[in-house]
Design a protein around this ligand. Sequence first.
Ligand SMILES: C[S@@+](CC[C@H](N)C(=O)[O-])C[C@H]1O[C@@H](n2cnc3c(N)ncnc32)[C@H](O)[C@@H]1O
Length: 204
Amino acid sequence: MSEIEVMVDDEGSALFAFHDLDYIPFGFSSTTAPYIETPIATMRAAATLMRLDLGPDTSLSKSQETAQTVVCDLGCGDGELRSITCPAATGVGIDYDAELIKTAGIESKKQAVNAQWLIYDFNADLEDIVNQLLTIYKVTHVFVGLVPKQLALQTVRSILTRLCAGGVTVCCYKYHPLYLRPARSDVLMNLVVYDHTSGREDGT
Ligand SMILES: C[S@@+](CC[C@H](N)C(=O)[O-])C[C@H]1O[C@@H](n2cnc3c(N)ncnc32)[C@H](O)[C@@H]1O
């Protein structure tokens, strides 16, 4: 069960889930999941900051190194990140909104994108998603666009901390986990990257 509250008006209709944000987001909100699309330019900047080696044609170069790159979007929405990372890298998109995952699957099939789409609630994290990402999907890079309330959840904190400790490069957009030390950042684009140097020495 998600710990994110759905705000309702006097008639019980869902209000915009991120009503307390200090900027006008690009996207929409459903009753089950807030959904704000990251601008494509930000996704490109995230790929650069994660050192995903974007070529001039905005697809990854096909060196042996990038052939092993597996990019995960934690809270992938309709999976738009695929347009940046594919075709050279494979992808894993995770979202608890089944409709968004369905759309992501349809679009990636149309575009012949090599990606897996998982319906999963990482707030609850009942099936140890980190273990799956590291051992089954062999994820190397993770993109995250979550709000502070979520970043502060113990489950999400553990996921991000363990991913970094496991050698994964994690890029957070807009809001940033205070418990990880930034490895590098793009201030203009509001992006911060975390890596194996970002955790505390006690691993928490
Ligand atoms: C801010 S949107 C970002 C969408 C996409 N990554 C992008 O950058 O355009 C956050 C996404 O995270 C998903 N999400 C939020 N909380 C989640 C949770 N606990 N488990 C799985 N997905 C979640 C929402 O459904 C939504 O699609």
